[in-house]
Design a protein around this ligand. Structure first.
Ligand code: NAI
Ligand code: MG
Length: 502
């Protein structure tokens, strides 16, 4: 974390305009009350290109005083600004407008996302589509969040109102910076809340561009505030602020525990979307081509940096050998390189920290006796690239079968029967996602019913949509995002009872 003095100079590296599709970086300050500002008591930090390790820009970091300014702006927006009296339908119109602006600027946003986060340009474009879908889905909800009338005892009229929770602190990770922003903004804005968001310190840039587009769309001052910075400082200041009503968090389970404890002091509402160690189960009767491709996508999509990554691959013993062979063949052919090059299939991991973590688990896998089939090495000396990696003959107790690695490392676990695999699939404290590949509908539905996970895929993987509830069982989270389910986490329920005359 750099100093206050450096903060004033927070700026993008100047230089020649972007070449070969590299976007230029203009926005690095704090976004509070619809203004770009320098931190009053924060600092600055450097953000890098994970494909090279080089600094892209120096970005302003918010201190507690800056957080306080943003929270006050959000509160004003809720209490006295145009946002507080705006028709719900007009909130929806602003959100539709924002989605249109995102669509018009999708190429620029996608390249900035790839530059800062390392995801392939194709994946970034896919995320941008998801962002538009999410904003539009929730824009449609804005004027459909209804209360009820209640047949109360006595001569009274009782009805419920669904009102905004208030100022929402939203803390998001680096693996899907724009999509996580949209998942958090969508229901919050549709329900009339105001947002103080902290993007991940690894990927601070695209949220700032989104703030600029939100202002252009016409969101009133204070409704959306973006504060970059470190988790332990900026993030903690948001969590500890007494006038923040709720924290919505996506990230590591240990961070969620810290946040939940801190939030207890002010009894803030919290929702958490945390990690996973998702079981992907392949029965021998599955469509083999589809299952191999599906298992590959399940673990290697975005270099394994997905909370839903299919990192425990259970394969029925009868087909296990052939399956691993075919998976390894695909893994060896994966094109790794510059995420902005359209031919690239896998970009870098996001940071040195993540690279080190992954290589540490590869080491543990070998030491604990798993069989390394392919991969396991860093690629090149610049940037944070790792080979797609397969461990076979993994047992349930090994670290690589238990811990979230968040990299392109899959653990293959052979099994013999449906009963056995369901019990083993559930032997984890996580419960975010699970998948099964089979042509037998009985087996598919048995698994779907018995597996303890918030999302179950049958003969597919990573199918996530703005319309479908998403979240975790057990230590994978609390609450749900996406779909109608998210709305309840962004509204307070108020009962109004009126004494009737006569
Ligand atoms: P993290 O949980 O530390 O970071 C996520 C967000 O929380 C970031 O914005 C960070 O600045 C913020 N944060 C960190 N400490 C905080 C605190 N004390 N108070 C408030 N905010 C705080 O995750 P990190 O360190 O980036 O990644 C570590 C591991 O977490 C990964 O290897 C992966 O296993 C898991 N992870 C899971 C994600 C998911 O999608 N569920 C996303 C990112 C990471
Ligand atoms: Mg962390």
């Amino acid at each position: 974390m750099a100093t206050k003095a450096a903060a004033a100079k927070a700026t993008a590296k100047s230089g020649p305009p972007a070449s070969n599709g590299r976007p230029s970086v203009r926005l690095t300050k704090l976004f509070i009350d619809n203004e770009w500002c320098d931190p009053a008591d924060g600092g600055s930090f450097e953000t890098c290109n994970p494909a090279t390790g080089e600094t892209i820009a120096t970005v302003a970091a918010a201190g507690p005083g800056d957080v306080d300014r943003a929270v006050k702006a959000a509160r004003r927006a809720l209490e006295s600004g145009p946002w507080s009296t705006m028709d719900a339908a007009d909130r929806g119109r602003l959100m539709f407008k924002l989605a249109d602006l995102v669509e018009q600027n999708a190429d620029e946003l996608a390249s900035l996302e790839s530059l800062n986060c390392g995801k392939t340009i194709a994946d970034s474009k896919g995320d941008l589509q998801g962002v538009c879908n999410t904003l539009r889905y929730y824009a449609g909800w804005a004027d459909k969040v209804e209360g009820r009338t209640i047949p109360v005892r006595g001569n009274f009229l009782s009805y419920t109102l669904r009102q905004p929770v208030g100022v929402i602190g939203q803390i998001i990770p680096w693996n899907f910076p724009l999509l996580m922003l949209a998942w958090k903004w969508g229901p919050a804005l549709a329900c009339g809340n105001a947002v103080v968001m902290k993007p991940a310190e690894q990927t601070p840039l695209t949220a700032l561009r989104m703030a600029e587009l939100a202002r252009e769309a016409g969101f009133p001052a204070g409704v959306i505030n973006i504060l970059n910075g470190m988790g332990e400082t900026t993030g903690a200041a948001i969590v500890n602020h007494p006038d923040v009503d709720k924290i919505a968090f996506t990230g590591h389970v240990d961070t969620a525990k810290i946040i939940q404890k801190a939030a207890a002091d002010t009894l803030k509402r919290t929702t958490f979307e945390l990690g996973g160690k998702s079981p992907n189960v392949i029965f021998a009767d599955a469509d083999m081509d589809a299952a191999v491709a599906g298992a590959f996508h399940a673990i290697y999509f975005h270099g394994g940096q997905c909370c839903t990554a299919g990192s425990r691959l259970f394969v029925e013993s009868r087909i296990h050998e052939e399956f691993v062979e075919r998976l390894a063949e695909k893994a060896k052919g994966r094109v790794i390189g510059d995420p902005l090059d359209a031919r690239t299939e896998q970009g870098p991991q996001v940071s040195q920290e993540q690279l080190d973590k992954i290589l540490h688990y590869v080491d543990l896998g070998e030491k604990q006796g798993a069989r390394l089939i392919t991969g396991g090495e860093r690629v090149g000396q610049k940037g944070f690239f790792v080979q797609p990696t397969i461990f076979d003959n993994v047992t349930d107790e090994m670290a690589i079968a238990r811990d979230e690695i968040f990299g392109p490392v899959v653990s293959v676990l052979p099994f013999k029967s449906a009963e056995e695999v369901i019990e083993r699939a559930n032997r984890t404290y996580y419960g975010l996602a699970a998948a099964v590949w089979t042509k037998d509908i009985d087996k598919a539905h048995l698994y779907a019913r018995k597996v303890r996970a918030g999302t179950v895929w049958v003969n597919c993987y990573h199918v996530v949509d703005a319309t479908t509830p998403f979240g975790g069982f057990k230590m994978s989270g609390q609450g749900r995002e996406n779909g109608e389910a998210a709305l309840e986490h962004y509204t307070e329920l108020k009962t109004v009872t009126v004494k009737l005359g006569g």
